[in-house]
Design a protein around this ligand. Sequence first.
Ligand code: ADP
Length: 613
Amino acid sequence: MIENKNKEKIHEGLKKYWGYGSFLPLQEDVILSMLENEDSLTVLPTGGGKSLCFQLPALLKEGMAVVVSPLISLMKDQVDNLKDMGVPSCYLNSSLSVKEQRSAVEQILKGDIKILYLSPERLENEETIELLRSVALSFFIIDEAHCISHWGHDFRSSYRNLKMIKERFKDISVHAFTATATKEVQKDIIAQLGFTEPKILIGSIDRPNLTYRVMPRSNILKQIKEILQKHNNEAGIIYCLRRKDVDSVSEDLMKLGIDNVRYHAGMTDKDRRLAQDRFAREEVNIVVATVAFGMGIDRSNIRFIIHAGMPKSLEHYQQETGRAGRDRLPAFCYMFYGGADFRLWSYFAEESSEKETIMKKLRAIYDFCVKPQCRHKVLSNYFGEYYGKNSCDSCDYCLTELDMVNDSLNVAQQILSCVIKVRQERYGFGTGHVVNVLRGKATEKIENLGHHKLSTFGIMKEETENYVWYMVEQLTGQGFLLKDSEYLTLSVTEAGRQLLNSEITPVLIKPVVAARKKDIAKKATEKRDSEWAEVDQDLFQVLRRKRAELAREKSVPAYIIFSDKTLRDIAAREPLTIDDFSVIYGVGENKLRAYGNIFIKTVMDYKQKSEEV
Ligand code: ADP
């Protein structure tokens, strides 16, 4: 009975404040358990709607909710967002002036605040604890809860202290949220927070709206340019492994007339903040960055992520690609990898006390790159989840963009035996030389060494250099060949010997040739056109500009005003009255009051102009 009543209440709240018609998977369960005051741990992927899971019950319950978040830069955005929806909220962290702080405390003491954001450091402070003990609290939220665990990838020492919440606030429930948590991390979170019988709610980590493509790197600038052409006018992040790569890619794009901002830890705080703000307010669409960029960014309409190099683990890949398509509209992830990335990360691993764990993770992501399989499936399985679909329809493998080599065993055996044949007793040769021998290119070096007399000389003469090179890369990636870390010379591994004995067959893919590329691009365009069939794309761009203008005026990120999904709905339905506007996706009561007339006018002006033309 109570549950039914609560259900009704939360559906009403969802429509009233957010303007959404239904819950996303697991949201309802999470919210209901919060209304029942049970401690809980929720794992939901990025874009799964975690914020709403605690913001909605915070509005319905008596007292103030306290949200512990590690990201000071995000607190302001979250609070701006809530205020824009008409929810009284504030934050306390080191970025506030003494005056601002005093004003926030006054509002809290008066009972005017429904949601308070706090940095974990603040909770180490006795004054803050006394403040919280003097007002009525609804519950505590631990956001980005994986930061509590040594096993996670963003460990924060101040998160270790959060156990005191259960000790000092005995009757208040605590709810932990994270996007990525392996079983180990989940256990650690529960133990560290001192939960006894928590409710555990785990959502699927799969992101069906993301399309993954993984390709070997060749001319990276050309490869990036090709992708940018497909995503004209859309927002994206280009991740590079090193700061100097960020600088050079950013500069090269500028020279090509492609506006972008840079972001890495070598820049001043001010410059980084500026870059982030320009991106969040939609003044610029492209960020070229190291992994330092992203934690504090909530822009929900990032349509593509390009990895110019391979990240060091699938955890990182999942988190970085996770920044795309938070609005659940289609988004695209492209990764360009090379053996050099593997060597770079192995080199760093050498110095670590956790070398074995790091190498295990590195091998897993390298496998992901070089073994053609359904990308969604590999990612799901890696995070311990069963993937039930036969085809995801949204990765290069399932979209059959990868052409398999039919006689892969034969091709691999030719290459491996060539590596053995050219190898001298003490030293071997690099990929370039092996490729030349296989293709029968009689270079001076080959003739001097007498390698033109080997039986493998010219055995692959029909193939292009790019093709043979790519096969060697894959065989190295799959562990049949080993590249010496210093001299880059090739040798055959134990697994390679098994392959030569025909005990194992490798999976090899052909490089994508120009004609096939065209075909793939055509299919992608057709798919995109069908997704936009109902939407007036010109109007959508006009609405985007209006949103950017409002964001600038209010000094808030553009997504706070409306998401792309909302703009698309406006561009499809073209509302001309407040009544029409009230049924638009993502328009709650406050937004209707604040922006209804402004956007209706934009639609009217647009229609009038189109009729005049
Ligand atoms: P997370 O923190 O899990 O990454 P967010 O809280 O940022 O996800 O939510 C992602 C997007 O989904 C936001 O734009 C949010 O408003 C939207 N969203 C949340 N819940 C719903 C819902 N029930 N229906 C539609 N959109 C939703």
